[in-house]
Design a protein around this ligand. Sequence first.
Ligand code: NAP
Length: 484
Amino acid sequence: MPHYEVVIIGSGFAGLCMGARLKQAGIHDFLILEKDKEFGGTWRVNQYPGCACDVPSHLYSFSFLQNPEWTRKYAPQRELLAYTVKAAQDLGLMPHLRLDTALLSAEYDEAAGAWRLHTSRGEMIAKHLVTGMGALGRPKLPTLPGLESFQGKTFHSQQWDHGYDLQGKRVAVIGTGASAIQFVPEIAPKLAQLDLYQRTPPWILPRPDRAISKAERWLLRHFSISRWAYRALNYVRNEWRYIAFGKQPALMRATQKLALAYMHKHIRDPELRRKLTPDYTMGCKRILLVNDYYQTLTRSNVAVLGNGIREVRAHSVIDGDGQERAVDAIIFATGFDLEQALGPLELKGRGGLSLQQASRDGLDAYKGTTLPGFPNFYMIAGPNTGLGHNSMIYMIESGVNYILQAIQMTQLQRIKSLEVKADAAGEYNRQIQQKLKGTVWNSGCKSWYLNSRGKNLTLWPGFTFEYRRIMKKFDADQYHARFD
Ligand code: NAP
């Protein structure tokens, strides 16, 4: 049976970052498994019209592979995907990628000090198992009365059917989150009618996007100091916002005023303004950055419906007011199921402890990375490492740095297994939940940051440099080390 030092699950930014850092450290005995036929993570999977990153690209990219060629401040999906492909090539990761290979289950073999993996292409052994699967991989679909009887087209924003011609169609879009606000302006001009079902209005600010000029690109290409300086500028611009998100949510009031002024500038109809005005503190849900959404909502072929869906029929949707609205297609922009983020992964740790058992109240991971009962198992960007204010790539690099040190330590000291102590994980999570109490994310709105029991297992309650600091040095004293 093939045996690897490290097996990484997922080939997005997280998986590629782990692979790159392993190679830099001289560890070449690893695989990156990707369940799909192509690699690239979220920026390959999400291909809806208008898909782009709402974090500046010069920051939303690896620090060790900066890209001077971004054509816009906020790069479109195709550029992000191209960057990912080039990164895999330039960093020598292609021979390590195994596409169309899903991890089905894995169990920890205590005697061997390794994981036995069952993949869709056979079995393998990994001394260290690292997941880089991302939290936003499993689409969440609403349960709507009568949906099964609908005869038209349906798809989720993440599974966009580009073969379906939207020209002249009547379409219901459900959801007004980060994905919907990007594709609604793109598709509305093509449609005969767009019915936008909004459950909660988002807070919206203009996206300060712009083209990066040829001269700027030349500068960034030839002077690494300009790349670092621009990256640092973007980092600081985003990072200081944590003061409002995490420490003083009352500061959001000033930005709320700006957002309302922006909305009023584009929306004249008082009834539509009322519908689009959020009633929760800005930041509690993700703040959305977009320049053409409000304008689109004033089009004569667009209706914003705020009273929900009563029923779906074969060729129509009955809205919350009981009005029947004929539609050819329903597009779900209803987000992702975070509680199922690790999906159907059957992971059995020490003593047969399953991931499901260990995560009954959500995963109490240590530093979002390791779990008691799961030796030699690491998560990149796991629980409570998500951000509402800065670049996830920074968090990914921080986590990967920590995991790399753990792996190197097992090699150097001939350690059979490393497992985080349960009391270390427990105390860490107690502190995290305590810190979250004063943040805007726990200020009372319902969001995907909170699980079904209202616990925030998604976001990092701190400045990102604080996470980097705790991940800088692998703290072996918080781990049980077992030797042969
Ligand atoms: P989302 O932000 O979770 O938005 C889902 C939308 O669907 C919300 O408006 C939600 O309403 C609505 N919804 C969910 N279930 C519903 C139901 N049963 N009935 C009616 N409405 C329902 O999902 P997303 O837009 O796909 O974005 C997910 C995350 O992906 C983002 O927050 C962001 O982190 C990431 N993303 C990032 C970018 C980027 O530019 N970097 C772009 C797209 C996505 P409620 O608000 O009432 O729940």
